[in-house]
Ligand binder design. Sequence first.
Ligand SMILES: [Zn+2]
Length: 384
Amino acid sequence: MRIDTTRAILSDLIAYPTISTDSNLPIIHYIADRLETVGAAVEVMVDESGHKANLFATLGAPRDGGLVLSGHSDVVPVTDQDWTSDPFTMTERDGKLYGRGACDMKGFIAACLGSLDLLAEAAKTRPIHFAFTHDEEVGCLGAQELVKLLAKRPVKPGLCIIGEPTSMQVFDGNKGCCEYTVRFEGLPGHSSAPEKGVNAVEYAVRYINRLFELRAELVKRCPEGSRFDPPQTTLNVGALKGGTSHNVIAPRAELAWEMRPINAADMEFVKGEIASYVEDTLLPEMRAIAPEAGIATETIGEVVGLEPMDDNAARDLVFALTGQNHAGCVAFNTEAGLFQSLGMDAVICGPGSIEQAHKADEFVSLEQMDQALTMLGRLASART
Ligand SMILES: [Zn+2]
């Protein structure tokens, strides 16, 4: 029975404690071995550190238009979580499989590996690719590397299914996530002579005010009928630290802010507007007083979202495979937008619920695993 094989594979996958801080090489080699047994061409792409790798594999003759099955191999930590059983030993209770990563997202990877015979059959019609990445939970680091490599290749996959836990519902949009830390370097001085110093906190506040203006612009830019909640790109001023005392011109300030863009155009708009405000307005004023003053922006993470599209062949394929006809937008970030940025149609659909992800006693139900196996099994007969 496919479910039994898949359950055993999931147990193996959960036993690799692939927390993002640790190496994922053992699990990648395990997955590679499984894929090679059905004749997949497997590439293990080790990163600069030598401790992390992405895996990209292909079943079937390489040509354009293949389907990518995508998942991340890392999991979030279990520290300070109260687990009923060992998080890295899969335990079955009441039709549920418990363990760290059970739904997010080793369940989907296990379903793929448990369906390899059928997927090999499906690959006779169209290539089936597997993209299993590292460090998704800490900013989609692996996927960003992988798409850079894929972009240079002559063969272009056409569709991508990202098996993040959606309770097997179909989602064709997710907002992106961009995080920045901005450091303002001013010139301290006595508060009685403000014109002789550069007040870093005041410049940070002006920067924030510009973000607020952009926030209003983003509401106007929001496309009609946007299915996101809230519908527009949002900005958040997360933390502002700076200054020393009441009577000192603040020498330094640090601002942490975030943007959740609904599309790449909004992301570029905000970045462009804030950069020109810094270059054309804030910096010249600061440097007129202190040439050494400055504003430095550190990009913590910059991941585009999955922009909902009227035409999306990946969504239509999953509709056909699962018998659904409605797609929603998810609130959490995924790797989907990165694949879309390569010109692929992407959709998010996978076993288990995001409700259980990242929590103690994470689980995926056997019923959900069964649905995932059914979806993947139907690929062998799909002609979409
Ligand atoms: Zn995930």
